[in-house]
Design a protein around this ligand. Structure first.
Ligand SMILES: CC(C)(COP(=O)(O)OP(=O)(O)OC[C@H]1O[C@@H](n2cnc3c(N)ncnc32)[C@H](O)[C@@H]1OP(=O)(O)O)[C@@H](O)C(=O)NCCC(=O)NCCS
Length: 206
């Protein structure tokens, strides 16, 4: 199986906040994990789980990087070709870089990426107490289809399951993660938990 070809990276932002939207590389792992731990203090993915997901041939990960290469945002989608379904795995923007439209851009690009891999439905899970993310997803066509009570532990916060229908096979506007080993390596193994995380390997994003 091969990932979609990787188009060129794209300049985004404005003169005050120039940035690049591009496919994630393994070298982005530290920057991604910094934002992941800041954004999901109770349920961050472990570094090992994130590395495995970045390497997977079934996922596509994007990053937004500043001019100096600092990772300012990232998002990933699990979209095995020929599956028809895809899942947003995780998405976050660095606290200082929020409110610039980059979260919206990342979700839109993940939708395009999933559609480009043949997905017709895109799913995600979001914490019930995260209205900002829910509003963003709704504005991009996601609807709530289920609730998973107490999904986020140890706090016992419900997860809303949301779905968007992907009508057309869209071009993927940005590069995707490089090919690598199968996704499930290191995912869901309690031994892989990050030292700073006291819950499972699932992210608050999806
Ligand atoms: C959710 C998140 C990715 C949004 O990133 P962002 O770059 O700030 O998002 P955008 O600037 O594209 O704004 C998207 C929408 O979010 C909402 N929003 C953004 N900042 C907000 C704020 N401080 N308060 C309320 N709503 C806000 C707005 O409705 C905005 O829509 P608009 O484009 O119509 O104004 C970011 O807040 C984040 O990383 N949060 C922590 C991690 C997280 O919760 N991830 C999602 C888990 S499911």
């Amino acid at each position: 199986m091969s990932a979609a070809p990787a188009p060129a990276a794209r300049r985004i932002g404005d003169p005050d906040h120039p940035a690049l939207l591009r496919g994630a590389e393994r070298g982005d792992l530290d920057g991604i994990m910094r934002i992941e731990r800041d954004s999901f203090p109770r349920d961050a993915w472990s570094e090992r789980a994130m590395a495995a997901d970045l390497d997977s041939e079934y996922t596509g990960y994007l990053v937004i990087a500043g001019e100096d290469g600092t990772v300012l945002g990232y998002g990933g989608v699990l979209a095995p070709e020929r599956s028809g379904d895809a899942d947003i795995q995780t998405i976050a923007v660095a606290d200082a870089a929020r409110g610039r439209g980059w979260g919206r851009l990342l979700v839109s690009e993940l939708m395009a990426l999933a559609a480009g891999r043949g997905a017709r439905e895109l799913f995600l899970e979001v914490r019930e107490d995260n209205p900002v993310a829910q509003g963003l997803y709704r504005s991009l066509g996601f609807e709530q289809i289920a609730v998973r009570p107490g999904y986020y532990q140890p706090e016992g916060v419900d997860a809303l399951v949301m779905r968007a229908r992907l009508a057309a096979p869209a071009r993927s506007g940005t590069p995707v993660a490089p090919l690598g080993p199968p996704r499930n390596e290191g995912i869901g193994d309690p031994d892989d938990r990050d030292d700073t995380s006291d819950t499972d390997d699932s992210t608050g994003a999806a």
